[in-house]
Design a protein around this ligand. Sequence first.
Ligand code: TXA
Ligand code: MG
Length: 324
Amino acid sequence: MALIIDTRTEPERALAIACETLGEGLPVAIPTETVYGLAADATNPDAISRIYEMKGRPRFNPLICHVADFAMAEAHVSFDPLSRKLAEAFWPGPLTLILPIKLESSVHPLASAGLDTLGLRMPEGFSRQVIARFGRPLAAPSANTSGKISPTSAAHVEADLGGKLALILDAGSAEIGLESTIIKVDGDDIRLLRPGGLDVADIEALTGKTVLRPETAGAVIEAPGMLASHYAPGAAVRLNATDVKPGEALIRFGGKPLAGEENAVVILDLSPSANLREAAANLFAFMKQADASGAKTIAFGTIPNEGLGEAILDRIERAAAPRE
Ligand code: TXA
Ligand code: MG
């Protein structure tokens, strides 16, 4: 079983054992502000292989690498002026930038799946301290079995991967609760590869540019991990429900009751006060809770497609997609 260390009560011990474990080439579950990550030394191919193995993840899928500061970032990627502006405004935080890898970078091609670009971000919180102490970038996908819902607490990680992992760092519930927003700057264009915890409107406000959505950015799947069925709970998922059928679990938004909800196995409200940030933070934990209720179907009420609602709806639509 995994050793679990609470970073709030034992930060020094957490840092020391995490760095020792990472140094041995073993993955460690780390708390980031978005979701818990399954982190390994991005320069060590054995360590990266263990991430793919533990997750049961297809190998062609590139991983996001995490850095502690700009000096560490500059050692591995080059920034165009627009990407730098975004990084300076939003790092540390829930923004991943796709940037050209420098020839001299020690990040192993297994982390980038052989691409000449790297997905890079500087996370907020305890994970950043771990990277600073370790002194090298950490490759980290979400700490869940491939295709399953991402973990937003140490307990989620333990339930899924606890039997395979040496160490889980526990910093409580992830503050944001959705994976990072992935952006690729292409000349003068800013392309959205994955909606996430950073509101696209904040990027547009900073740059004065319209961010190109996948539909308008071209038909090619540029973020190879964006398979349709993802974040899959065991139960079926029904979208935009306006009523509840007997035996369904209900996840709604904004405190408004739905017709027939007295028949629901469980009723969860992502944010009774209709706050999208709160809804994002609750989403994955509520999906797990609804799934665990034993309901055959999870019905989702409507959620506004604005601000963080875009990323929330993206995850719910993936959960509802036909299974591979
Ligand atoms: O919030 C997050 O981003 C979390 C936490 C742990 O930091 N991490 C995360 O990592 O979601 P991961 O490895 O699951 O995300 C990988 C996705 C790939 O599936 C792909 O869509 C995109 O990031 N990606 C990574 N490198 C890329 C590249 N060079 N070009 C295009 N997309 C890339
Ligand atoms: Mg994931």
